[in-house]
Design a protein around this ligand. Sequence first.
Ligand SMILES: Cc1ncc(C[n+]2csc(CCOP(=O)(O)OP(=O)(O)O)c2C)c(N)n1
Ligand SMILES: [Mg+2]
Length: 328
Amino acid sequence: MAKKPDARPNVSKEDLLKYYREMLLIRRFEEKAGQLYGMGLIGGFCHLYIGQEAVVVGLEAATKEGDKRVTSYRDHGHMLACGMDPKGVMAELTGRIGGFSKGKGGSMHMFSKEKHFYGGHGIVGAQVPLGAGLAFADKYLGNDNVTFTYFGDGAANQGQVYETYNMAELWALPVIFVIENNGYAMGTSVKRSTKSTTLYGRGLAYGIPGEQVDGMDVLAVKAAGEKAIAHCRAGNGPYILEMMTYRYRGHSMSDPAKYRTREEVEKIRTEKDCIEHVRDLLTQGGLASDEELKAIDKEIKATVNEAAEFSKDSPEPPLEELWTDIYA
Ligand SMILES: Cc1ncc(C[n+]2csc(CCOP(=O)(O)OP(=O)(O)O)c2C)c(N)n1
Ligand SMILES: [Mg+2]
């Protein structure tokens, strides 16, 4: 894990409760998705984000309206964090008409024009040039929006990432490359796939600054996000944030998990969990009582249960939908 930065932003009780609520929503949503998958209500691929919640919640806290985001297949957390309705996300997972892609996209292919969420991409690394393209459009239009392009440590070994770095820096595009370094690409640990384990440092070859951030600490993430955004909005071109994070669940729903020990996962869970961290700040700092937090837990549970009910009650797309939304 990266070292925590010394300078902490001043943080109010309201902000801490907001991060707590948003991270908890993702965690409970993902747990429910895992259950529905086990019950056969969700089919196909499903990659859970549990453990990594502080990354999207911290970065979203630094954004403004108009900023864009694009990510990989491990995307439910990103959708919830940018404000997409949990009902629409869950119904997409169960393949129902009430889903964000009318039940035809599934876990890896959801979009929201309203929330500036550009997917959900199953091809490792493919969203990286797309993110630069989104940033190019904003620069061309002359606004000050920034695009967050998320990808994994495994994707960081893709050639297209470096072609994108080169063009993004050359054209000073307002894009923030967020490497979610969760230590593994499927069953391959970073240590087995590369000798240069500070992945953000590869940007220096193209003139792109960056840094490693404790991605389990939502406050550190937000502070780093603000710094990167300031760099981009000022017209200085791209920035790389390497978020040191960890996924607790398997790569996808079918993962024998033979590449790491239970102890390794348990150690991070107990020592570094992002939600427990904020809970501790709130309770030990005397900012919130257990009752207050329990009330939030209850509220989130109700939201997730409602989403699950909706995702079961919403009908399957009718046959006519086979011929809609097709690019030809
Ligand atoms: C071009 C391509 N190669 C291989 C795969 C199969 N694959 C899916 S996810 C994955 C690992 C990616 O790991 P990482 O970028 O670290 O993201 P994480 O799953 O850890 O979020 C691989 C190899 C794919 N989808 N696309
Ligand atoms: Mg990874």
